[in-house]
Design a protein around this ligand. Sequence first.
Ligand SMILES: [Zn+2]
Length: 194
Amino acid sequence: MFMWRACSSSLPTKTNLFNRGMLSSNSCPVCQEEANTILHILRDCPYARSAWFKSPLHKFSNPLRVSVWSDVVEEVLREQCKHTIEVFFTLAWIIWGHRNNAWLQKPSVAADCLGEKAVAYKEEYRVVLRKVEDSSSVMVHKWRPPPAPSVKLNVAMTLFRARNSVGMGAMIRNYRGEFITRYCEEFPRSQDGL
Ligand SMILES: [Zn+2]
């Protein structure tokens, strides 16, 4: 979502806000020298260049490549492997976060450790994703259809603490595992749900 917004110039860069009359200056809050466009923030600002240069993606620190951010991304998508694309997207997002911090005068992080941070974030995300996939496949394999010609009723309940209510759901499937019907309802906690 971040990269889509970056490529379609819909991120609230100072230049975008300046062009809409919402700011009186469009200078970069990080280097104070150039217009705060998306290409400047993510590639040409000295901070961004340093972050790319010290990362495994140092070739992207070259400012003489294409001059529109979406072209940079297009080139990366066309020429790089999945791992590099993921690190590239993550590092760009972290650099954008740094620019926001600089604008809000929050403490900044040294540019040379961002590459490592991006790789770690990306790996962490991949591990979490794998855990989610593993747990869902366990759920699928645990369920067994009943012997013919029976049907099986599965029931689950959950507590919604904020609303002080209970949610209940049930599903009936036949011996071939085919879905027959379902039921779900939310009711106050004071009632006896069962
Ligand atoms: Zn700058």
